[in-house]
Design a protein around this ligand. Structure first.
Ligand SMILES: [Zn+2]
Length: 382
């Protein structure tokens, strides 16, 4: 063997068999107060990408996530090989159909996958092939401070990675973004849609109700008959308006007509909303909106606003409690309500949702205090 080939051989030896590359996005992870009085917190790991950087093919036989609190494992979730196989095939089909590119606000593959890397359609990862695991949910009987992601091979664990978990505390003080008593129809509760979407993971949908807990009068086919429609929307904290739009129509056609079976209505809504996401991404789903920047780079988003109702513009300085628009039903909205969320940056298609607590709410119906809002809460500013 001459000197040259020896050097080439040693260059290979210099990079020892590295483990699979495990990438998590978004990270670090934040818990939601699933049931703080019972000590239960939960976490969604939105995207885990496992990439094989070695020449040797690797077979993934399982994916395990351990949640740890003070060094002790408090929860384990395991995804078996059969599920991984099914998901790999599904995700690869989405990829081939171009859906992953369109839904980049959710999968973040534009930053997760590097040049020359591709998704595998099965559990075998050849060099440069990756497996994307979406929406892994875990709850724990204690607030975890660490998550360990472990990849299992045919003969035991083959790679692992840790990422921190915390109950995030914002430095921004948020008040209710509306006046009067409103009902939290949907939150980050795991049973609801927000939780599974990166940017709106901790969002709330709030509606206004009458004494009979109805959100509308009459048959509900007119936007104007909804209690929330046209209600003032307020800045939830001091800040600067960084984006606003008010040119989209309010979707009267998306209201459920009396007599339409719920199953049928669900399909109708799902198809219409997917179409919006495909063409305009998360920004389109928000309809008319105002985005306000606060201290520390946090932004609050007020979505589905009434057409032509936004009274602030980019660059305006706003005070907490100041009126900025009126509630409507634009974008992916099935009835007038306010969708409120806090995100970590100004780009609606790449930002991540942040957990939020409100200050100064009336203690009524349920005591809320500092915990995250959940569906069923009634909020009213003191
Ligand atoms: Zn919403």
């Amino acid at each position: 063997m001459n000197r040259l080939s020896l050097a080439a051989l040693c260059a290979l030896c210099a990079s020892p068999a590295s483990a699979l590359d495990i990438r998590i996005d978004p990270a670090p992870l934040y818990v939601f107060d699933a049931s703080p009085d019972r000590g239960v917190a939960d976490v969604v790991i939105q995207n885990i990408l496992i990439v094989n950087k070695e020449r040797r093919a690797r077979d993934i036989r399982g994916l395990r996530v351990e949640l740890l609190a003070k060094g002790e494992v408090v929860s384990v979730v395991r995804i078996p090989a059969a599920t991984i196989a099914k998901r790999a095939e599904q995700v690869s089909q989405y990829d081939k159909a171009g859906l992953l590119k369109m839904l980049d606000f959710q999968f973040h593959l534009s930053r997760l996958l590097k040049e020359g890397e591709n998704l595998s359609a099965d559990t075998r990862l050849d060099q440069g092939e990756a497996y994307l695991n979406i929406s892994l949910y875990a709850s724990a009987p204690a607030t975890p401070d660490m998550a360990r992601i472990i990849v299992e091979g045919p003969r035991g664990d083959i790679a692992s990675r840790e990422t921190s978990v915390s109950r995030r505390q914002s430095t921004v003080k948020y008040r209710s973004p509306v006046e009067g008593r409103w009902f939290v129809a949907s939150s980050a509760d795991v049973a609801h849609h927000h939780r599974w979407v990166v940017s709106s993971e901790y969002a709330i949908d709030i509606v206004k109700m009458d004494e009979d807990m109805r959100t509308f009068a009459g048959d509900g086919t007119k936007l104007a008959s909804y209690r929330a429609f046209g209600e003032p929307i307020l800045a939830a904290a001091d800040g600067v308006v960084v984006a606003a739009r008010a040119d989209r129509i309010d979707n009267e056609g998306m209201l459920r007509k009396p007599g339409t079976p719920y199953k049928e209505y669900e399909v109708l809504v799902a198809e219409a909303q997917q179409a919006t996401l495909m063409t305009d991404g998360f920004e389109g789903a928000a309809g008319n909106y105002v985005l306000i920047r606060h201290d520390g780079g946090e932004h609050s988003l007020y979505a589905h606003l009434k057409q032509a109702s936004v009274i602030v513009k980019q660059g305006d300085v706003v005070k907490a409690g100041q009126m900025i628009a009126h509630a409507g039903s634009s974008g992916n909205s099935t009835e007038p309500h306010l969708h409120f969320q806090v995100i970590d940056g100004p780009d609606l298609n790449s930002a991540r949702g942040l957990p939020v607590s409100f200050e100064g709410l009336v203690e009524d119906w349920f005591a809320i205090g500092p915990r995250h809002l959940r569906a069923g809460d009634i909020i009213e500013q003191e």
